[in-house]
Design a protein around this ligand. Structure first.
Ligand SMILES: [Zn+2]
Length: 239
């Protein structure tokens, strides 16, 4: 009797473990990429930077989202996703929109500080485009809160026709490079959800949407953290 009970317990635990695993092609690809990274050797930050294909395409200093200079000493990395599914909405297109000053936001007390949205990097399945220097604060997370004051903002593009798993892997590598550069621990690589937006309902945004479970961090976000960690470990092994 007790043996049957034990067996039943084991089966139930196994079922629970499987059901907690995010399922679907994207998450299968992420697990595969984590596995591949774990099985590869040390890599220098320069080599990983080449892999992500960083293309600077800055908003001009003093204009639009960069009209006010506020110094940033990065302590966090905030990960977003655009939820823009148009085929054109890739990293280059976001750079164009930011440079045109097309991404406006209502400027208000305790709200958006400059009247524009801006973040540091947009990532798609081909490249990383940088919009502003990492020593300058963006406007992407929580208005005048710590998310904007202390974090580097990264947007993952979700353009239709793009390979989202490659975009996620490239984002994870970019996070690893920035962690190494600024001595940022893995726990400070956070989803936009992490930051409370005062005066907005809901205060915690369901972002990056496709890495949240029921609108908040869960198994999918943990899988992303594991992918970042796998890339970071290769940089650490390099010394
Ligand atoms: Zn966001």
């Amino acid at each position: 009797m007790s043996r049957v009970f034990r067996l039943l317990t084991i089966v139930l635990l196994a079922l629970a473990a499987v059901s907690c695993q995010p399922s679907g092609p994207l998450y299968d690809d992420m697990r595969q990429m984590r596995y591949m990274s774990q099985s590869r050797g040390p890599l220098s930050p320069q080599a990983m930077l080449q892999e992500v294909r960083l293309v600077p395409d800055m908003v001009p200093k003093g204009r639009h989202g960069r009209r006010v200079f506020r110094r940033l000493d990065p302590r966090y990395i905030t990960v977003h996703s655009t939820q823009n599914y148009s085929t054109q909405a890739d990293a280059r297109q976001h750079a164009l929109a930011l440079k045109r000053g097309a991404l406006k936001a209502p400027r208000r007390k305790n709200g958006n500080r400059i009247g524009y949205l801006i973040w540091h990097f947009s990532v798609d399945d081909r490249m990383v485009v940088q919009h502003m220097p990492t020593y300058e604060q963006g406007e992407h997370a929580d208005f005048d809160g710590p998310g904007n004051r202390y974090s580097i903002g990264i947007e993952m593009c979700e353009n239709r026709g793009g390979h989202l798993a490659i975009t996620v892997d490239r984002t994870a590598k970019l996070c690893a490079i920035l962690m190494k550069q600024y001595n940022i621990p893995l726990q400070n690589v956070v989803p936009h959800y992490h930051w409370e937006r005062r005066g907005v309902n809901p205060p915690h945004k369901d972002c990056p949407n496709f890495l949240m479970d029921n609108g908040r961090p869960g198994a999918r976000w943990r899988l992303f953290q594991q992918l970042v960690d796998a890339h970071y470990r290769r940089l650490q092994q390099h010394g």
